[in-house]
Design a protein around this ligand. Structure first.
Ligand code: HPA
Ligand code: ZN
Length: 326
């Protein structure tokens, strides 16, 4: 088996992927064709250029523009089916997929319609041998009221496969602690706390995600590398970071791979789950992330296999799924 065949064949789990950001350039172009005048290009090659981000704010602006094109339950089901097909091709057996209900509500998708589309997409994924779970998040700029409305939707609809509650979108100017009460309510309802923190801000926000929001994994959390005490805390409490190297480069959260802190975080003993974040918009895949870890960050095949074990241990999948992965 060639090294690349090894990476593809490795049974994987994906714990940090946004449904909307999984849309390939071809899918985005097709959606844009149905919404003339949206400003989003209707040719795949143009979409790829449109997705050359100058900074994190630019990325979020494009993400929001693409979100505006997703207006029906059928669009949602197609996104889930497309993601599931991509995951199956990469031998990903289990994924926790982040969905942002309030963003879909804003484009006219009714609450029940969203839940039904996700259920139906999840069944399609199961037929491809990929088990999906859901993390429902809110964009930070929708504030605590948006987060409360999101949690109300989750608890009312409770789509099968729901495992977690998250916080994404802009981080600068949106302190994690503002969301303390809603995360407490989510945890009391049995949801896992899975906020983004320390992607474009500093270690203080990772501390806040842990202390104020009870984070059980942290989305990105790369700023932790700047705080040795925080790294020790993550190790001692077994709190994994979901690290997405291509995303960090493409949003310019890190300036170059040479500056990426993954190796330092691993050397400190922190459990790490490698994710793609927005594979369609960033032009990546689970296998491509592992290839980058090997070729650009110098990880050995044994270290890559260890990363997969970290992901399985960090996943909220059924024991039967975990047993099939290890
Ligand atoms: N950070 C915050 N919000 C997001 C991201 C991200 O990397 N991707 C999609 N929504
Ligand atoms: Zn993310």
């Amino acid at each position: 088996m060639t090294p690349d065949e090894f990476l593809t064949a490795l049974p994987k789990v994906e714990l940090h992927v946004h449904l909307l950001g999984s849309a390939s350039p071809a899918t985005v172009a097709e959606l844009a064709r149905r919404h003339p005048g949206s400003g989003v290009p209707a040719e795949p090659a143009e979409v790829a250029k449109y997705c050359e981000f100058t900074d994190f704010a630019h990325f979020l602006a494009v993400y929001t523009a693409v979100n505006r094109l997703v207006t029906t339950g059928a669009d949602i089901e197609a996104l889930v089916a497309g993601l599931a097909a991509d995951l199956a091709r990469d031998n990903v057996r289990y994924a926790e997929v982040t969905v942002t209900p309030l963003s879909h509500r804003k484009t006219g998708i009714a609450p029940r319609e969203l839940a039904e589309a996700l259920d139906s997409g999840r069944r399609i994924a199961g037929g491809l041998g990929v088990e999906l779970s859901w993390v429902f998040d809110v964009s930070g700029d929708d504030g605590p009221p948006g987060a409360e409305a999101t949690l109300d939707w989750v608890l009312r609809e409770h789509p099968s496969g729901t495992v977690g509650f998250g916080l994404g979108g802009p981080e600068a100017g949106v302190p994690r602690r503002l969301f303390r009460d809603v995360f407490a309510r989510a945890k009391a309802a049995g949801l896992h706390s899975l906020p983004h923190a320390g992607e474009t801000t500093g270690p203080d926000e990772v501390w806040s995600a842990i202390r104020d929001l009870g984070a059980e994994r942290v989305g990105h959390g790369i700023a932790s590398a700047r705080d040795p005490r925080l790294l020790r805390h993550l190790v001692e409490h077994g709190i994994p970071l979901e690290i997405c190297p291509t995303s960090n480069l493409r949003t310019r959260a890190v300036r170059s791979l040479a500056e990426h802190p993954l190796r330092r975080i691993l050397a400190a003993g922190v459990p790490v789950a490698i994710g793609t974040d927005d594979p369609g918009l960033f032009g990546t895949s689970p296998t491509a992330e592992f290839r980058m870890c090997r070729d650009c960050l110098g990880l050995s095949e044994a270290e890559l296999a260890t990363l997969v074990r970290h992901s399985v241990a960090a996943a909220f999948c059924s024991p039967a799924v975990a047993a099939g992965l290890l």
